[in-house]
Design a protein around this ligand. Structure first.
Ligand code: MF3
Ligand code: CO
Ligand code: CO
Length: 255
């Protein structure tokens, strides 16, 4: 396992890539409405990333992924492929954006509600955001990856939700996915010790039902085995000298 510690110059590039990725989520929000297809959302993001940001949508052709963003609706856990499906009232959707700017990646996702979500969907979305936040707040030099995973898992389970174990956060930088793997469950005081200059994502996937998932025949779309709702939020984080910096923070967020 080789974990790259980013230099001051590289951190500045990560800040820029992170800010651009977050701007895509802000840009797309007014378009996430009943009647639009996920392929249309993909096209709008694709054109914005290339035309306005002068950046590259990292998912496109990544290990054969056919589109520029991931769109994961309701019981889809992650890696949903944009297509002809139209959003309808009551849907919840995760949009996951990764851009490459000046060779560095920024990776972030958020949940959107189409019209009014059910009380259960709203509670799942809020709990998942809180899980991510609690994980982020554990980040500082000397803390360990197990501290992050434990914070996420204990909050999710206290709320009677479950943590997806098959997919995790990841180191990020010149590569989309690099070491370490950032599990969203774990034991405090175990795992990798965090050091200044590390950059990784925290991106918990939390299910309303059982934790189990299955991969659809398209070989990308991950769904809950019991078809229960799933939610996810993601940020790219830098370990600083004394705490953390959220490289993909949006204007409305405060950490
Ligand atoms: N953005 C996803 C993540 O958070 C990865 C998507 S891989 C893709 O790691 F190929 F589906 F884009
Ligand atoms: Co990620
Ligand atoms: Co992502």
């Amino acid at each position: 396992m080789t974990i790259s510690l980013k230099s001051a110059d590289e951190i500045e590039k990560m800040r820029i890539a992170g800010a651009l990725a977050s701007s895509v989520l802000t840009m797309i929000e007014p378009h996430v409405r009943a009647g639009i297809t996920t392929a249309e959302l993909d096209r709008i993001c694709h054109e914005f990333i290339i035309g306005e940001l002068d950046a590259i949508p990292a998912p496109l052709n990544y290990r054969g992924f056919p589109k520029s963003i991931c769109t994961s609706i309701n019981h889809v856990v992650c890696h949903g492929i944009p297509g002809n499906k139209r959003l309808k009232n009551g849907d919840i959707i995760n949009i996951d954006i990764t851009v490459i700017k000046d060779e560095f990646h920024g990776d972030t996702s958020k949940m959107f509600c189409v019209g009014k979500p059910s009380v259960r969907a709203q509670r799942l979305i809020e709990t998942t955001y809180e899980c991510m936040l609690l994980g982020i707040r554990m980040v500082k030099p000397g803390a360990r990856l197990g501290d992050i995973g434990h914070a996420i898992q204990s909050y999710a389970e206290a709320r009677r939700f479950t943590v997806v174990q098959e997919y995790c956060g990841h180191g990020i930088g010149r590569n989309f996915h690099e070491d370490p793997q950032v599990l969203h469950y774990g034991i405090p005081g175990t795992g990798l010790v965090l050091e200044p200059g590390m950059t990784f994502t925290i991106e918990p996937m939390i299910n309303a039902g059982k934790r189990f998932v299955k991969l659809l025949p398209d070989n990308w779309t991950v769904v809950t085995k019991d078809h229960s709702l799933s939610a996810q939020w993601e940020h790219t984080i830098l370990v600083t000298g004394d705490s953390f910096e959220v490289l993909t923070r949006r204007p409305e967020e405060d950490f």
